[in-house]
Design a protein around this ligand. Sequence first.
Ligand code: PGA
Length: 257
Amino acid sequence: MDQRIIIANWKMNTGFSEALGLTKKIAQETKKLKNINIVLCPPFIWLYPLSKILKKLNSRIELGGQNVYFENKGNFTGEISPLMLKRICRYVIIGHSERRRFLAETDEMINKKFQAVLKNGLRPILCVGEFEKTEISENHLYGSVFQQLGRAIKGVTKENIKKAIIAYEPVWAIGTGKPATGKYAAEMIVSLRDRLSIIYNRKIAREIKILYGGSVDAGNILEFIRQPGIDGVLAGGASLKVKEFLKICEMVGKNNK
Ligand code: PGA
């Protein structure tokens, strides 16, 4: 069965006991949901202890970083390398709009991170999305999202791109409580997949997982998950509320492809 993916981006939230509590509860309550992949992305400092807990609980839940640097080691104060991350987790979010916006991350840096992550055998979760809300037919909308995608994956081989996950996240929908409609998200995802099939080929484009992110919650999850082209979701705020997140997981599990 084609597994759907749910990414929990905790951002710069959770103290240790909260992170621990969330992880344990999610691991226990989702044990029966064998047909979805859950990836928790806590702050860096909780990754190692949470990896131990998940192992102890014999859980299928996986972990991901929220960012990474593009060199494996060196004098880069405050940074975490893919070489370090791969010992504790398998995924890493790259190019989140908050990093593009508040930390001046450029497409060039994102491309370097993307390549470095793949070289180290990690799976990148690449975030792309337009900053302004506009009509879907407007060329500049496609232009800006396609540009982010094209620049991020520049030079990535056919073999490697299959390991990537792409999260389409319209920035105006992130943290606003105003998500895109399922139809809008699905249309954008179809366009992204078309783009990938031009850059690579149809088969590869079909294999790459493309998710939706932006104000996903238990009340709107079905709208996204019922769209055949959407392979899962990336949740921020809702992933910090255990009941809400568990409902999302349950509904995705029940509505699998
Ligand atoms: P949100 O965040 O679910 O709180 O909108 C999503 C994200 O930032 O990826």
